[in-house]
Structures are given as structure tokens and as C-alpha cells.
Design a protein. Structure first.
Length: 269
């Protein structure tokens, strides 16, 4: 593993984008929030897709950072890495049961966004990988098409249809780096009418979860008094969505006490 030097906000730039074909679409950015277990696709300033993902476990943490997408492999094979966790693993041919799934999208070093066999889909939305970002195979193939179109890579729909229909056919593609991927660690997120609070899956806030959430909400321009109103002192065991304002009734959530002025509208799964 390696550490990424933090640059505002938590970025590394691996390469300078090459000239982009005029047929490329509006700029695209892929944003992964580790505690939320979610990957969002933004294009032209609008969120156009959201997918559940599995990030690395605490022992194999997914690093924060950013990169331009410059390489993609459809129907990849897999060679076990030189790591203790993989010492009993065997190479896998391309296909639905390959650990990399149907597509892998290179980020930085040995970290990828990639598909995963159906047996691992039950873990989506929570940490389960060895550092990479896992998606459903159907989702990662859809994402790959979106990335290629936004990049202007010049790969035809017919070619992609053939690759999707033939799991054993491998093809590597070079991209311009125009599509950016940003991986973040945010415990608090603002929705249209609510605040989402996520578990501190890597324990980075320690016993200062409330302080971390308060700082994040303040940075987002949101009134942070919800932290005091909810008597939040430690990381919740599961994510919460809290209405920004509204009267009782209140859904009681274990470990969190809420006054009548704050409504817990959902426990996120």
C-alpha cells in the first residue's frame, strides 16, 4: 500500500489531460464517498447516476485521492497480487466469476473501480474489498460506457455490445484522462431536504465524531446545531438521514437521542 499526499481537497494529479476530441461530451467526474459506500457520476454539474459500492475494509483501506481515467480493461483476467491475503488464490480467466468482474477502470497504483461476482453483491454499500472499489457487473459496464462517451475515446457502441456479449474477449483501452475520479472520506452529506450521517468505517474521527461532523457541516454551509440536537457523540452503527427541519414524530434509533425539533427520517441501508 502507499500514502497519498493530501492536497486541497485530498487530491493527487497523476497526469496532464491530453487533447480531447471535439465529439467528447460535457465534463464528467466520478465521486466515491467511502463511508457512504456509494459512487456518484456527475456530468455537466448534475448528478446523473448513483451506485452502491464496496470499498476496502479497515485493514485494507481505500485511499482518498483523485486521478484521471486513462486506462480501462473489458473482460480482464486476474493474477493474484503478491500479498498475504492472496497467497492461496489462483489466477482467473475473464468472465462473470473473475474477481475483477467484467470491467476494471484504473485509478492509481494498484487501485481500480471494477466489477465483482454475483456472490459478493450482498456486501455492496459497506467495506468488503482489499482496497479497490467493487460494483455490480451490470453497473460497472454501464459506468464504463458513460466514461468512454464522456472521454471521447472513439469506441463504438457495436464494439461495446460485442465485448458485453462475449465475457471471454479481453480488450484494453487507453483514454485521455478527461474523466476525473475523486475518492473522499465524508461523514456528513447534504441532501435536498436532509442531512446524511455515515459510520466512521475507518475510525478516523475516533472519539471526536461529533466534532468531525460539525466541521464538515459548517464547511458545507449547513447549520451544525443538529449535532447537539441529536446528542451525537459517537459514530452510529448504521447511516442516518436526518430532516433539516420538521416537527415530531421522531423515529427512535438505537444510540441516538433526538428532541422533538429534529426528525430522523430514515436509517440508510
Amino acid at each position: 500500500m502507499f500514502s497519498i499526499r493530501q492536497v486541497v481537497p485530498a487530491m493527487i494529479v497523476l497526469a496532464t489531460a491530453a487533447a480531447v476530441p471535439v465529439r467528447a461530451q460535457a465534463p464528467m467526474e466520478i465521486v466515491v464517498n467511502i463511508p457512504a459506500g456509494r459512487l456518484d457520476v456527475h456530468q455537466g454539474g448534475e448528478r446523473i447516476r448513483s451506485y452502491p459500492v464496496s470499498v476496502g475494509t479497515a485493514g485494507h483501506a481505500t485511499p482518498t485521492g483523485a486521478a484521471g481515467v486513462r486506462r480501462m480493461v473489458w473482460n480482464p483476467s486476474w493474477t493474484p497480487p503478491d500479498s498475504p491475503w492472496a497467497r492461496d488464490e489462483r489466477p482467473a480467466a475473464p468472465g462473470w466469476n473473475n474477481p475483477m468482474g467484467r470491467v476494471k477502470i484504473h485509478l492509481f497504483e494498484d487501485y481500480y473501480v471494477h466489477g465483482t461476482p454475483a456472490r459478493n453483491e450482498r456486501y455492496l454499500g459497506r467495506p468488503a474489498s482489499h482496497g479497490c472499489i467493487r460494483m455490480r457487473n451490470a453497473d460497472v459496464m454501464e459506468l464504463a460506457r458513460l466514461v468512454l462517451a464522456a472521454d471521447g475515446a472513439g469506441v463504438s457502441d457495436a464494439t461495446l455490445d460485442q465485448l458485453a456479449a462475449n465475457p471471454g474477449r479481453t480488450r484494453e483501452m487507453g483514454l485521455s484522462g478527461r474523466v476525473r475520479v475523486r475518492i473522499e472520506y465524508r461523514l456528513a452529506e447534504l441532501e435536498q431536504d436532509s442531512v446524511a450521517l455515515h459510520p466512521d468505517v475507518y475510525g478516523r474521527a475516533g472519539d471526536r465524531y461529533a466534532d468531525r461532523v460539525r466541521q464538515e457541516l459548517t464547511a458545507l454551509g449547513q447549520d451544525a446545531t443538529v449535532v447537539e440536537q441529536m446528542a451525537i457523540r459517537r459514530s452510529p452503527g448504521t447511516a442516518l438521514r436526518i430532516a433539516r427541519s420538521g416537527p415530531a414524530p421522531i423515529r427512535q434509533v438505537p444510540g441516538v437521542t433526538a428532541p422533538a425539533a429534529v426528525e430522523v427520517v430514515a436509517v440508510l441501508r
